[in-house]
Write a protein that binds this ligand. Sequence first.
Ligand code: FMN
Length: 159
Amino acid sequence: MTALEVICALAHDSAVAIVITDAKVEKPGPTILYANAAFSRLVGREAAELVGSNPRFMQGRETRRPALDQFAQALAAGERFHGYLTNYRPDGSKYVAEIDCHPLRNAEGRVEYFLAFEREVVRRRGRPWGGTASRFEPASVSDESLTPDLKLLGAFQRR
Ligand SMILES: Cc1cc2nc3c(=O)[nH]c(=O)nc-3n(C[C@H](O)[C@H](O)[C@H](O)COP(=O)(O)O)c2cc1C
């Protein structure tokens, strides 16, 4: 089994949406190599449709360019991106996605893949959450929905 196959097998039944791309980040890349069932449900497309496409298809009118530029810079630098983007489903519905995207490096330190944990966040009623910039909180408010394994991986954890 390759390392990628192991990761895909682990991601398969995860309740958290997971998508893996190659490391070619310039347009028309990155290309989706794997998406688990939770990711298909989140974005409203079958895994077979997703594989071979690039994640930009989720963008629309309200997807903020500054956030995409920040994402692009992190990818080009081989760094983690943890942020929020407005994504669109094929039926036109939109949602705010919390995206925690990690570079996966080989033994030589070269980035081979990117793996993102993604989840929908909802606007909170009442007081803002977490201070100034955070107008959103995760739909699953606590980390309880994350399996202990994902917690160990540090998914969605602040650093
Ligand atoms: C693993 C992974 C997941 C991504 N998920 C999303 C996503 O859900 N929504 C989105 O708009 N862009 C997503 N992107 C970012 C786009 O693919 C692209 O990198 C971004 O639009 C910035 O590049 P650009 O300025 O060339 O468009 C993802 C990228 C990677 C590597």
